[in-house]
Design a protein around this ligand. Structure first.
Ligand code: COA
Length: 182
């Protein structure tokens, strides 16, 4: 969907632009999936697993931009990609139209600068305006800082999935499901 760009200041005083993903971001967005997977074990992919072509990524960006109910919100520090916060519909049928989900990851360099909270707040406000009634997410139980962020924004744990992720070394991680009424 269309999002009117905004500029925010992070906690260090740096100006960060929040805007729609654009086709020209495709290369950045592919390497972001890979690099954030190296920086944290809490994303859905192992490093090196992302096999998307530029054309496939462009298609995803276009789909999100054409959608009336989904948004890929990206943050940029000048030319540098900072991270993404994506609003997703949970289904197309009328029985699911009240539910959305959200996913967020920033490059490590930008953690703890208030950007994640601002992006989440922006997406929550937008989801409310679109008419969603609840926002949902999954978070790995050990990801304490993300859980602290979500709880500070009104998300509540509502269940858990044992062995949600299985890592290359054969170990597992459980996740919490969290929900926030809008
Ligand atoms: C989780 C993530 C999105 C948070 O974004 P961020 O910009 O670093 O967070 P903010 O600076 O906006 O902090 C917001 C709140 O989150 C919590 N938080 C963030 N980092 C924290 C840390 N290291 N320890 C404890 N709480 C933390 C705090 O409640 C904080 O509020 P406060 O600054 O008023 O104390 C970011 O760290 C990230 O991209 N991590 C890697 C990917 C990931 O785990 N994504 C979530 C998958 S479910």
């Amino acid at each position: 969907m269309k999002f009117d760009p905004i500029t925010i200041k992070d906690k260090t005083g740096v100006e960060i632009l929040l805007r729609n993903a654009q086709l020209a971001d495709a290369k950045d967005l592919i390497s972001y999936l890979d690099k954030t997977a190296e920086e944290t074990p809490y994303t859905l992919r192992e490093p090196g697993e992302v096999k998307l072509s530029i054309e496939e990524e462009e298609k995803i960006i276009q789909q999100k931009n054409d959608s009336k109910t989904e948004l890929m919100l990206v943050a940029y520090d000048g030319e540098k990609h900072v991270g993404n916060c994506t609003l997703m519909a949970l289904g197309k049928g009328s029985k699911l139209q009240h539910r959305c989900s959200v996913a967020i990851a920033l490059y490590k360099e930008y953690w703890r600068r208030g950007i994640g909270k601002t992006m989440m707040t922006t997406v929550i406000d937008l989801a409310k305006r679109i008419g969603y009634e609840q926002m949902e997410l999954d978070v790995i139980c050990e990801n304490k800082k993300a859980i602290a962020l979500y709880e500070s924004l009104g998300f509540e744990k509502c269940g858990s999935i044992p062995h949600c992720l299985k890592f290359k070394d054969g170990t597992y991680a459980d996740s919490y499901m969290m929900v926030r009424k809008l």
